[in-house]
Design a protein around this ligand. Structure first.
Ligand code: NAD
Length: 493
């Protein structure tokens, strides 16, 4: 597929039941390179009947797949990881071209996706039950049973990484999967399907592409999809919860947005923390990462110096074409996101926050046809302002002053979100109290952004339900069954 990309346009199809398929009504969505404005090609805009076919194929394949030995499933998932790894460059090139993030970052995403496939394959034998103590002649044990067909819906910001890592657990646990990638970044999921089609049995892994309100909704409301896992925005997550609950009881897990605090106490080393604040904001993905630490809360005694140093560092970040190794930040994924980012820059100014750097679109030179915004820093952001409360999902970092530890925790928790949080201090007491009190599913102390394999990831409050990237994720694709057997009434009693 990457060869076709170089040649000009891709005319992609969906993988349904091992066959490459157009939308039943022929509808297409154009996919664009946000860094150049060039048309990359088209993907099918799946209809409800396409989703029905995909779920039917997954349903038909589910029985044989769950009856396989777990190690046999794991072996295929490991083969998939190896086959993807061998084509890493193609995957990275597709993701970078379609979502505008730096090629160097997308290479890391491919490696992370491959490693997640291997991680869950390695856990296959951990999907097991328990034996319960009971009276002689009776035994009760539990088994873990897969759901059947899992509907997996993922966003645009890490296209391959999510496509690969989010199908690993359900497949290893014995479910079949229908994946719906973002309509803005579907190509690498389709290439993954292409690679998987030579390895997995027909119907075990299906990909439908298209606009969320039709194809995503059809998947969520389908009567044969009992387990839905969603990564994306709060608004869509809420819509999915409502829709899933309309006619049936379904198990839904949600990985949603964040407005994550990075809190700086006066004893932190300023050079280290300014560097961390830049890394933690994920400017290399244009801030488009759920875990981005987009609110810096800084103690009053170091506030002015922190703001000046941060603004200087951020203003030096160089927007550039994603495949140029000198670029430090890439393109925003689409027009809608670009408009949203620029809108929040205007809102921030209207709310009285101080724009220290950036926030303007790049309109000249080789970037003129792309969707590039200079990374922005706002200082003096009021904690109850929209800039501090709403997820922008773009390169806009806000800084707010706090006076004491109590104030810092109050501000850290003063949003609807609770995904990640970071604190910089040398004081063990402050670090522990912060980690205990902050509303977040993942907390860093003197660190940002790092995820260790196997550490549960997910949010509290409106940032989501459930944890992923760990054994718990694997088990969440099963339901526990208790089996009681009475087996003897003989002389041994
Ligand atoms: P989005 O909610 O707009 O779309 C996500 C997916 O949902 C897409 O595939 C879309 O087509 C689909 N969709 C849209 N409407 C739907 C509907 N009614 N029913 C079913 N599916 C529907 O999100 P986005 O703009 O692609 O991604 C950005 C958001 O994702 C941000 O809020 C970000 O924080 C969040 N995110 C969270 C995590 C996490 O792990 N917590 C990771 C990455 C991104």
């Amino acid at each position: 597929m990457a060869d076709t990309l170089v040649a000009g346009t891709i005319d992609a199809r969906m993988l349904i039941g091992g066959e490459w398929s157009a939308a039943s009504n022929g509808a297409l969505i154009e996919t664009l390179n946000p860094a150049t404005g060039a048309v990359l090609g088209t993907i099918p805009d799946a209809t409800r009947s396409d989703v029905d076919r995909a779920v039917a194929a997954a349903h038909a394949a589910a029985g044989a797949w769950r009856r396989l030995a777990p190690v046999a499933r794991a072996e295929m998932v490991n083969r998939l990881a190896a086959a993807v790894e061998a084509r890493s460059e193609e995957f990275a090139a597709l993701d970078s071209a379609e979502n505008g993030s730096l090629l160097t970052e997308m290479r890391r995403d491919i490696a992370a996706g491959v490693s997640a496939l291997r991680y869950f394959a390695g856990l296959a034998l951990q999907v097991r039950g328990e034996t319960l103590p009971g009276p002689t002649g009776e035994i009760t044990y539990t088994t873990r049973v897969p759901f059947g067909v899992v509907g997996r819906i993922v966003p645009f910001n890490h296209p391959f990484m999510f496509a690969a890592s989010k199908i690993a657990a359900p497949l290893v646990a014995g479910n079949t999967v229908v994946l719906k990638p973002s309509e803005f970044t579907s190509l690498s999921a389709l290439l993954l399907a292409d690679v998987a089609n030579d390895i997995l049995p027909v119907g075990v892994f299906n990909v439908v592409t298209g606009a969320g309100p039709e194809s995503g909704d059809a998947l969520v409301s389908h009567p044969n999809v009992h387990r839905i896992a969603f990564t994306g925005s709060v608004a869509t997550g809420l819509a999915i919860q409502r829709r899933a609950a309309e006619r049936m009881v379904k198990t839904v897990s949600l990985e949603l947005g964040g407005k994550n605090p990075l809190v700086v106490f006066p004893d932190a080393d300023l050079d280290t923390v300014v560097d961390a604040a830049v890394r933690g904001m994920n400017f290399t993905w244009q801030g488009q990462s759920c875990g981005s630490l987009s609110r810096n809360l800084v103690h009053a005694s170091i506030y002015d110096e922190f703001v000046d140093r941060l603004a200087e560092r951020v203003s030096a970040l160089r927007p550039g074409l994603p495949d140029d190794p000198a670029s430090q930040t890439g393109a925003i994924v689409n027009d809608r996101q670009l408009a949203k980012v620029l809108d929040y820059v205007r809102i921030g100014q209207e709310e009285g926050a101080r724009l220290m750097t950036g926030g303007t679109r790049v309109v000249d030179g080789v970037l003129a046809d792309g969707l590039f915004v200079r990374p922005a820093v706002f200082a003096d952001v009021a904690i109850d302002s929209r800039l501090a409360q709403e997820e922008i999902f773009g390169p806009v970092l806000s800084v707010t002053r706090f006076s004491d530890e109590h104030d810092a925790i109050r501000m850290a928790n003063a949003t609807q979100f609770g995904l990640t949080a970071s604190v910089f201090t040398q004081d063990l007491g402050i670090a522990h109290r912060f980690a205990e009190s902050v509303d977040a599913g993942y907390v860093w102390v003197n660190e940002v952004s790092r995820h260790l394999p196997g550490a549960p990831y997910g949010g509290v409050k409106n940032s989501g339900i459930g944890r992923e990237e760990d054994l718990g994720e694997l088990l969440s694709y099963t339901q526990t069954k208790s089996i009681h057997i009475t087996y003897a009434h003989g002389s041994l009693r």
